[in-house]
Ligand binder design. Structure first.
Ligand SMILES: Nc1ncnc2c1ncn2[C@@H]1O[C@H](COP(=O)(O)OP(=O)(O)OP(=O)(O)O)[C@@H](O)[C@H]1O
Ligand SMILES: [Mg+2]
Length: 253
């Protein structure tokens, strides 16, 4: 498999605290990777480094062979690298359709386009409606995004993340706050989108049932480092992983 993203020996400090400590990781196209690890392990910080929100203190990053270590977020998005956020990141007062139109128009070089004129961009609107169908929210297009249920807001976030048609898309806890049934639904949707859109997803997820059912590959982080990575069956058997999750062993049973 070709590596979409390669992270080489990345370190990120906040003052004296080393949040990411010499992480090297290759993310090949087509492989659904789950990043797991306890709170504070550095999962979100790693996404911030990969997507350009933070610059590493040391190390390099390559996207499809091109060095992107110092490339700003919007240029990485243009290259095919996008993300969703752990904390809800929608425009609550804009309509559902407008929330999707913002990234669709940005990809067409129309960032900063006046919101009230958005719906005149017919091609972009068609594209945004197609995305709403993909994320199962076609009937909600005119509702203010803030009025959606928590589960539907999570779906909308997924739609915003895939709107730039990324080749590689990081999803930071896409199912947090959802019921078990909703979680399964969102994860199946992610799996389907990865096939239909040929998008490679990397998810951060705490629900081990979801991780082991969905992921092709699991990266376990602890204290800013990659403890181990491998296919689910191998990770499940690993003693070091069980130690990190001490007290949560039933999750891995
Ligand atoms: N901007 C920041 N400034 C200072 N410290 C930070 C910053 N961002 C993250 N950290 C610290 O870095 C460590 C890793 O945080 P990070 O958010 O990456 O963890 P995480 O694995 O995503 O955890 P969680 O599962 O709780 O989301 C934590 O100790 C956190 O407090
Ligand atoms: Mg996090």
């Amino acid at each position: 498999m070709t590596d979409l993203l390669r992270i080489e020996d990345a370190t990120k400090r906040f003052g004296d605290f080393v949040a990411i400590n010499g992480v090297s990781l290759a993310l090949p196209a087509g492989r659904l990777t789950a990043i797991i690890g306890p709170n504070g392990a550095g999962k979100t910080t790693l996404i911030n480094l990969a997507t350009g929100a933070f610059v590493p203190d040391r190390g390099e990053m390559y996207f499809k062979g091109d060095e992107i270590t110092h490339l700003p977020v919007h240029q990485r998005v243009r290259k095919g690298l996008s993300r969703s956020f752990q904390v809800m990141n929608i425009f609550a007062h804009l309509s559902v359709l407008q929330n999707i139109l913002v990234p669709v128009l940005a990809m067409r070089g129309r960032a900063g386009f006046p919101f009230h004129e958005m719906t005149r961009e017919t091609e972009a609107v068609t594209e945004a409606r197609r995305i709403l169908r993909e994320i199962r929210l076609p009937d909600a297009e005119n509702l203010p995004a803030g009025t959606l249920s928590h589960g539907d807001q999570r779906l909308l976030e997924l739609g915003i993340a895939i709107a730039p048609a990324p080749e590689l898309c990081f999803l930071d806890e896409p199912s947090s706050g959802l019921t078990p049934v909703e979680r399964t639904m969102v994860m199946e949707l992610i799996r389907r989108l990865s096939t239909e859109r040929r998008t490679t997803f990397v998810i951060v997820e705490h629900d081990m049932d979801v991780v082991f059912a969905l992921a092709d590959w699991i990266v376990v982080m602890n204290r800013g480092q990659v403890l181990i990575e491998g296919p689910p069956a191998e990770i499940r058997e690993n003693h070091a992983v069980r130690e990190v999750y001490l007290g949560e062993e039933e999750l891995l049973a």
